[in-house]
Design a protein around this ligand. Structure first.
Ligand SMILES: Cc1cc2nc3c(=O)[nH]c(=O)nc-3n(C[C@H](O)[C@H](O)[C@H](O)COP(=O)(O)OP(=O)(O)OC[C@H]3O[C@@H](n4cnc5c(N)ncnc54)[C@H](O)[C@@H]3O)c2cc1C
Length: 441
């Protein structure tokens, strides 16, 4: 389908920056709002995405990995259970509804949920401009000096080195997280972040590069998945998991703890004083951070034990340990010095691959927003002040709005970077956009 761009002379009601699940859910809410309305009452929206097409963590679409959120927390159901953008409608269209139900699970495969997202994204394709990397956001002032709009500046996909910009009254920033590696680490052909796992493994296999040993640093879900995947992908290789903990910590997905992801929990978190916010975050970080699904922990342990029994041990856990040094060799392999922390004893592992499964961090919104960041208000900790409707509080004389999806853990809690409240949040932003449009007419 052709690009939906209507030209840079259009002034949009809202421009979305990034088109992952968060802004996709918003695009659907807008599409459903617009259906049946006369053109003058519709919200005019465009979403700018740097990738060439829809893609959700493609590098980690491991064949047997499952979602860590119920399929009922899809893009729409909690906002509008009758929406035909639901996961169930997707299944019906694919002819898999009854087969899925027979599995008796709430947790689809990650590859299947990706297919669902891509199916939904294609249905709102007319609202998206792919291959648009947003480089800056500039405030636009009227004659009185009031900031009434923003110009969103993108690298021009057709004219390298040049930019193209789009104007909107409001923007919705949902650029997700970025891979994090420890300071000083330089990624290379043999040193990866886990976000590149699948393409890198495919590349090595295509080149026929032998892998005798792979080392994985980290103890979270991505780390455990990477260990498991490398162990399966290279059946002759030794896979060493290196982490500072004694053992993997199981993710707490028990029913009471899971309520921290409820829409009401966002209300509670939002009004709580900062020390209560911090304690809620600390109490419940084991629902999401540096934890692993129990099933995967047990599967890894069972594999390691089976290898012990058969005497062919190629899955090793170097716990209470840290990587102290990595020296590349001329043949492309790596000498990795691993320290056992209790004794300080070091061993050097000769490895072909090192994967950092060392997490993700929020992207730097200040540099993304550029000049627009200067009209945003900040709290005592220098974090952006964000109102309940997900709109950044701005200085006086600014009527244009910046909505944030993600990057709001400090105001809206743990669900900020997750999928649990995506549908509800999209509904809240949509309602806020509509009320601001009505007020501005
Ligand atoms: C492997 C993995 C599995 C996960 N599984 C789950 C799960 O099961 N359940 C759950 O709740 N959460 C999960 N998460 C958390 C994850 O953050 C959310 O699933 C989800 O991706 C958040 O959606 P988003 O749209 O806010 O961000 P993202 O999905 O990260 O999307 C952001 C988009 O913005 C684009 N972008 C970034 N910068 C620019 C720019 N300058 N210009 C234009 N476009 C830009 C990116 O290309 C991307 O498409 C998982 C995370 C990972 C890494």
């Amino acid at each position: 389908m052709k690009s939906p761009l209507k030209g840079s002379d259009t002034t949009y009601d809202v421009l979305g920056i990034g088109f992952g699940p968060s802004n996709l859910a918003l695009a659907i809410a807008i599409e459903e709002h617009n259906a049946g309305l006369p053109p003058e009452e519709r919200l005019n929206a465009l979403f700018l995405e740097r990738q060439p097409g829809f893609g959700w963590h493609r590098g980690m679409l491991i064949d047997d990995a499952t979602m860590q959120v119920s399929f009922l927390k899809d893009l729409v159901t909690l906002r509008n259970p009758t929406s035909d953008f639901s996961f169930l409608c997707f299944l019906r269209e694919r002819g898999r509804l009854i087969d899925f139900l027979n599995q008796k699970t709430l947790f689809p495969l990650r590859v299947e949920f990706h297919e669902y997202f891509a199916w939904a994204a294609e249905r709102v394709r007319h609202l998206v401009a792919y291959e648009h990397v947003v480089a800056a956001v500039d405030p636009v002032r009227d004659e009185s000096g009031t900031v009434t709009h923003f110009d969103v500046v993108c690298r021009d996909p057709e004219r390298p080195g040049e930019t193209v910009s789009y104007r909107a009254r409001d923007i919705s920033v949902a650029v997700g997280l970025e891979p994090h590696v420890p300071p000083g680490v330089e990624l290379s052909e043999r040193i990866w972040h886990n976000s590149q796992l699948l393409p890198r493994v495919t590349e090595l296999a295509a080149e026929g590069t032998p892998v005798n040993r792979a080392v994985v640093l980290g103890a979270g879900q991505s780390a455990a998945e990477t260990v498991d995947y490398l162990h399966r992908s290279f059946p002759d290789a030794e896979v060493c998991a290196v982490f500072a903990k004694y053992g993997y910590t199981p993710a707490d997905d028990s029913p009471f703890a899971n309520r921290i992801f409820d829409p009401e929990a966002v209300d509670v978190y939002f009004v709580a004083p900062s020390e209560v916010k911090q304690s809620l975050f600390d109490y419940h970080r084991s629902t999401n951070y540096s934890v692993v699904d129990m099933e995967l922990i047990e599967a890894l342990y069972a594999t390691a034990y089976q290898e012990k029994v058969t005497g062919h041990e190629r899955l090793r856990f170097l716990n209470v340990s840290r990587i102290r040094d990595v020296v590349p060799r001329d043949d492309g392999s790596l000498d990795i010095a691993v320290e056992f922390l209790p004794t300080g004893e070091q061993q050097v592992l000769s490895a072909d691959v090192l994967v950092h499964a060392t997490g993700y961090r929020p992207r730097d919104l200040t540099s993304l927003l550029g000049e627009a960041a200067k009209v945003c208000l900040r709290d005592d900790e220098d974090a952006l002040r964000v109102s309940r409707d997900h709109r950044v509080e701005t200085a006086q004389g600014v009527t244009a709005g910046i909505y944030l999806q993600g990057g709001t853990e400090h105001t809206h809690g743990l669900t900020s970077t997750l999928l649990s409240t995506t549908a509800i949040r999209a509904g809240e932003i949509h309602r806020s956009l509509v009320s601001r449009r009505v007020a501005s007419v």
